[in-house]
Design a protein around this ligand. Structure first.
Ligand code: PEP
Ligand code: MG
Length: 544
């Protein structure tokens, strides 16, 4: 038996035979050509074919892994149209008089190297995307298909790395697990694997790839990141038992549907879910969440090619509120900037985007955009139980300005005879240390707080949340972060506000009891974490 270790990105156990992922990347030859115009025409035809394939992959991803995760394939379609990328291909064909495949391959290498050399982790990750779209383009030029081949039997897919499009294109019914030699836990592939509910381990190392063959017997433990090749009897029995336990737990979780989120000593807590768009509602309902604790409304803007109109936004918010049938829906106003950039906003490039012009700072500077969103939100409030929440708050005047804008919008709607819910709850995110420290001043101004632990951790520990190199320095249980949350909870309650947590930490079951003891009223998590969190809450006894 040989044991390899990587990083588990989805906690499940898979047992089966290896299928080494075979890419159809044909070796690209350099051929001198006469007719450059014909070569340029071939590129155009191949691009059309690539867009068709990517559109089909996008549709598949939309169904299997949701809108926010499918978005990468829209980005791929846009990248195929990138001016610099296309100019480079054209210029290589024309100046060197070479075949299209070769021009794409050279452009791909140059652009991938350029992205890989950038400081920004997000831009570095784009290197894999350029290679992915270029390989597709080359395959289309050579009349090839769109990805790697799989055998007919269910298997554990092992690869050097999987591009997002390759991950989604795999037939889920034939995949027992994924193991890759490289890749980071923040990569789109890891996120997709998590959403596909398939055991997955990444970063198993180059020896892993050299050591395995098609047909090898393998066990993948996505909980620990361990991979066992040719497992001995004892390991097989132990992991089979672990797998059976996983399945039993999943079934047990189903029995928790419809049950209350109440501790053994009778304290109840609200468990809500986070969504990025209207497409997330299905998972929220399937996992029996009590409401939506965070609707990241910026995805409406990210999916659009221009500012979404009041009508478009109203239709989306109304749909979510109606589908949730009276359950609480907290919609966060636009939070772009930093890692979420949108071309049509025309924002300047910044030295420190996470500390820059983002979220509420943009809304307060561009009141037209803010007002359009607030009008759509208040109009939608007549169709359900809406809460409106403002991101990235750091001061009292910011909240005052938000409230003034709400009052102005309400006055306008009243004047126009348009219905809205006068009692719509207004809240703010506590995601900067400043907001937590002055939470005694902010709480009397609003109905609720929601702690964004992702940003609160980034700003408190001075660790860029996008930078994979800092993983070792980020203590997600850091006392400073926990104290800020506790302080905010105390100040909320002393001033008549309620408090929830909607950052990733809300799903950390090792902290559930700590949060309940702080008096947190609501936890909002990704939909698959709702039932495990309910199970955890029901096992806690706060009287002890
Ligand atoms: C957070 O910062 O914790 C949060 C929930 O917001 P986002 O992850 O969208 O920045
Ligand atoms: Mg945030």
């Amino acid at each position: 038996m040989i044991v390899y270790k990587g990083k588990g990105v989805y906690g499940a156990v898979a047992i089966g035979r290896v299928s080494v992922f075979k890419r159809q990347a044909a070796a690209v030859r350099r051929t001198v050509i006469e007719d450059t115009a014909a070569e340029l025409a071939r590129i155009e035809t191949a691009k059309q074919k690539a867009v068709e394939q990517l559109t089909a992959i996008y549709e598949k991803a939309l169904k299997e892994v949701g809108e926010a995760n499918a978005e990468i394939f829209e980005i791929h379609i846009m990248m195929l149209d990138d001016e610099d990328y296309n100019d480079s291909i054209k210029s290589i064909i024309e100046t060197q008089k070479v075949n299209a495949e070769y021009a794409v391959a050279v452009t791909s290498d140059n652009f991938a190297d350029m992205f890989a050399a950038m400081d920004d982790a997000y831009m570095q990750a784009r290197s894999a995307d350029v290679k992915d779209i270029s390989n597709r383009l080359i395959a289309c030029l050579s009349g090839g298909g769109s990805g790697g081949g799989l055998s007919d039997d269910k298997a554990i897919i092992c690869a050097d790395d999987l591009a997002p499009s390759e991950t989604v294109s795999l037939d889920k019914d034939k995949v027992l697990a994924f193991v890759t030699a490289y890749g980071s836990s923040n990569s789109h592939t890891a996120i997709l694997a998590r959403n596909m509910n398939i055991a997955a381990v990444i970063g198993a190392g180059s020896e892993f790839l050299e050591g395995i063959r098609d047909g090898d017997m393998m066990i993948v433990d996505g909980h620990t990141g361990e991979i066992f090749v040719d497992p001995d009897e004892e390991t097989m029995a132990r992991l089979e038992a672990k797998q059976a336990e996983d399945i039993r737990k999943k079934q047990l979780l189903q029995e928790l549907k419809g049950k209350e989120n109440v501790t053994l000593d009778g304290r109840s807590v609200k468990i809500y879910a986070n969504i990025g768009g209207v497409g997330g509602i299905g998972a929220v309902l399937a996992n029996d969440a009590g409401g939506i604790g965070l609707f990241r409304s910026e995805f409406l803007y990210l999916e659009s090619e221009d500012y979404p109109t009041e009508e478009q936004q109203f239709a989306a918010y109304k749909k979510v509120l109606e589908s949730m049938a009276g359950k609480k829906v907290i919609i966060r106003t636009l939070d772009i900037g930093a890692d979420k950039q949108i071309g049509y906003f025309g924002l300047d490039k910044e030295e420190n985007p996470a500390l820059g012009f983002r979220a509420i700072r943009i809304c307060l500077t561009r009141p037209g955009i803010f007002k359009t969103q607030l009008r759509a939100l208040f109009r939608a409030s007549a169709f359900g139980n809406l809460g409106i929440m403002f991101p990235m708050i750091t001061s009292v005047p910011e909240v005052e300005k938000c409230l003034e804008m709400c009052a102005e919008v309400k006055r306008e709607l009243t004047g126009e005879g348009i219905a809205f819910n006068e009692n719509t709850e207004i809240g703010i995110m506590i995601e900067t240390p400043a907001a937590a420290v002055i939470s005694d001043k902010l709480a009397p101004m609003v109905d609720f707080f929601s702690v964004g632990t992702n940003d609160l951790t980034q700003y408190t520990l001075a660790c860029d949340r996008q930078n994979a190199k800092l993983e070792a320095f980020v203590d997600t249980h850091h006392e400073a972060v926990l104290r800020l949350i506790e302080m905010s909870a105390k100040n909320a309650h002393e001033n008549g506000a309620w408090i929830g947590i909607c950052g990733e930490l809300a799903a950390d079951l090792t902290l559930t009891e700590t949060f309940l003891r702080m008096g947190i009223d609501e936890l909002s998590v990704s939909a698959p974490f709702v039932l495990p969190l309910r199970e955890k809450v029901r096992s806690i006894d706060l009287s002890k």
